[in-house]
Design a protein around this ligand. Structure first.
Ligand code: GDP
Length: 291
């Protein structure tokens, strides 16, 4: 499709930001991968592989240490992964329950992935973006100061459970440590923890609580960099390189590849869906699989 025909759609996307956190579902023409596949290759790369697109902006000859290809699925695999996130009569995606402690958590056999991050990092927006092909799912948001924060469980068909942990920052570390520590330490079917970092500000003091916890419990975790649409390319490059260096030098259990995402433009969302489908054992491809 010619670039000039796309421009009005891209322009439309840019006007959507303020609604992201207000409980209304962000809408993007690029929620569905079939739409993404219509893009010219440069725009497609930018949307699907944002890290690779950033890499293209390095000064020729410089050797930035970005791990681009640790997880680099084919477009076919990304398209296949989308089916797990698409609600249908045979693939029910729904909010299951909430818990304030691990002993209140449902006893589920399916593999689980959990999302943790500071309050305001963009966690609910990201989960809404991941579930955008399941419009019936109501993503729980609890932000009122003083209200008990809960661990929310979402069932994704018969494939896996997505777990939304309370945001830390407000009355942290007490709340966060009490509620989350036992879950992270003892949840047997937890396959991967997604630790969200705001790409605008990088790793903050409060993030270290979660990082230290993941390291201490030897959990396999992944750093997801949120809100990448908010920064200039130069600022984003700087943040990404700093965080990558941190991951390489200061962590043991963190997956080497970063996952930059935007819940507004859907950049990185399709790749993240594919990664989740893969690590929960559902994609079943021989090309890549991580234990
Ligand atoms: P949470 O507290 O971690 O659940 O954060 P929210 O998802 O509520 O997001 C916090 C704020 O950041 C809200 O104002 C969102 O609209 C905004 N936000 C979240 N994700 C993005 C994003 O990808 N891009 C932009 N521009 N804003 C975002």
């Amino acid at each position: 499709m010619a670039a000039h025909l796309l421009r009005p759609r891209v322009g439309g996307l840019l006007a959507l930001g303020p609604e992201l956190g207000s409980g209304r579902r962000a809408y993007s023409a690029f929620q569905a991968f079939t739409e993404v596949l219509r893009l010219p290759s440069k725009q497609l790369t930018k949307l699907v592989f944002p890290l690779q697109e950033l890499h293209g902006h390095f000064v020729p000859g410089s050797r930035p240490d970005l791990h681009l290809n640790v997880f680099h699925p084919s477009l076919e695999d990304i398209a296949r992964a989308e089916s797990f996130f698409t609600a249908s009569a045979r693939n029910r995606i729904e909010y299951l329950t909430s818990a304030v402690r691990l002993d209140h958590a449902p006893d589920l056999r399916r593999p689980e992935v959990c999302f943790i991050g500071r309050s305001n990092v963009g966690k609910s927006s990201l989960i809404k973006a991941l579930f955008s092909l399941a419009p019936e799912v109501e993503v729980k948001v609890s932000k009122k100061p003083g209200h008990t924060k809960k661990i929310n469980f979402y069932k994704v068909g018969k494939y896996f459970t997505l777990v939304d942990m309370p945001g830390y920052g407000y009355r942290a570390p007490e709340d966060f440590v009490d509620m989350v520590e036992t879950y992270l330490k003892e949840r047997k079917n937890l396959m991967r923890t997604f630790l969200l970092v705001d790409s605008v500000v990088g790793i903050q003091k409060a993030d270290n609580i979660a990082i230290e916890m993941c390291e201490e419990f030897a959990l396999p975790y992944v750093m997801v960099l949120t809100k990448i649409d908010k920064s200039s390319k130069g600022h984003l490059l700087k943040q990404v390189l700093q965080i990558q260096k941190f991951v390489d030098t200061k962590t043991q259990g963190c997956f080497p590849q970063l996952f930059p995402v935007s819940a507004m433009t859907y950049s990185g969302i399709h790749l993240l869906r594919c990664f989740i489908a893969d690590i929960t054992g559902n994609l079943k491809t021989n090309d890549f699989q991580f234990s």
